[in-house]
Design a protein. Structure first.
Length: 277
């Protein structure tokens, strides 16, 4: 299993720190957060992509995933007018273009809160239309669109493995795949491993982090309440060999370098305890 660094927590540091630390601490890849001041898609298009490509080459550290900010600001394709939805779609199409240029394998998208007055049918109609459009563009550029279920604190309808399964039933596109962030199933008392059983070959990526019940907090692996050691055994048992990003976000923004090292050290130790490579 390849372990990746998530760069959101480094937004008050130079982007180069992400690449330097990922290399020094033994990460396999970077999942690049796209939000100012780092890697915002329009800024990449305006020329900042050259810095990213330079850092990839300098540190021999690939960007496998690109995660443009769009859960609420500056874009959310699940709420607002049709023109606002189209604006969000165009932003994510540009993100797919930029991901292709930096050599990334996927762009991550997560259907956020659609507003308190929207009906379930309205939300699904809007999501299906959006993912169909983005999936077509993903196939055109050859970059996967990886869809993430969120916690109920973040989304009012797309929060479970079954939602991903339903999306794949509605949108049949090999470039539209799914993932499991371990926080949503944990806080909802859902099985993490059920994501693998239900999605099968569509299960393409993970976010590994620790947490506590009753909150969507993202804690350094091994320092919360999740049974991550036991999860490592199960991941080894099923032969999971794809990517898993250690998704430290802004809770450690004051010292991202300290906690990025602790996160991978703790995770590698849990993997070693069950002889999981």
């Amino acid at each position: 299993m390849k372990l990746g660094m998530f760069t959101s927590g480094y937004q008050r540091n130079p982007l180069e720190h992400c690449f330097a630390d990922a290399k020094e601490y033994g990460y396999d890849y970077i999942e690049l957060w796209g939000g100012r001041p780092h890697a915002y898609a329009p800024d990449l298009k305006a020329g900042d992509i050259n810095e990213v490509k330079h850092l990839i080459d300098k540190y021999e550290m690939p960007v496998i995933g690109y995660t443009p900010e769009h859960n609420g600001y500056p874009y959310n394709y699940m709420i607002g007018s049709e023109s606002q939805r189209e604006d969000a779609v165009n932003y994510l199409k540009l993100s797919l273009d930029m991901a292709k240029e930096m050599g990334a394998e996927f762009v991550l998208t997560s259907p956020a809160n659609g507003g308190y007055l929207a009906t379930y049918e309205e939300l699904w109609t809007r999501l299906e239309k959006t993912i169909r459009e983005l999936g077509d563009h993903a196939a055109k550029v050859g970059v996967k669109l990886t869809v993430e279920a969120l916690t109920p604190y973040e989304s009012n309808f797309f929060t479970r493995a079954n939602d991903l399964v339903e999306l794949f039933r509605r949108v049949d596109n090999p470039y539209v795949v799914g993932m499991c962030d371990v926080v949503p199933p944990f806080v909802q008392h859902e099985s993490i491993m059920a994501y693998f059983d239900k999605m099968g070959g569509k299960m393409d990526h993970m976010h590994i982090i620790d947490g506590e019940q009753g909150t969507d907090s993202h804690i350094v692996p091994g320092e919360g309440a999740m049974p991550l050691q036991e999860m490592m055994y199960e991941l080894k048992r099923i032969g999971y060999a794809r990517t898993a990003t250690l998704e430290l976000v802004t809770g450690y923004i004051n010292e991202p370098r300290f906690y990025a090292k602790r996160a991978i050290d703790n995770t590698r130790a849990m993997m070693a305890a069950v002889d999981f490579q």
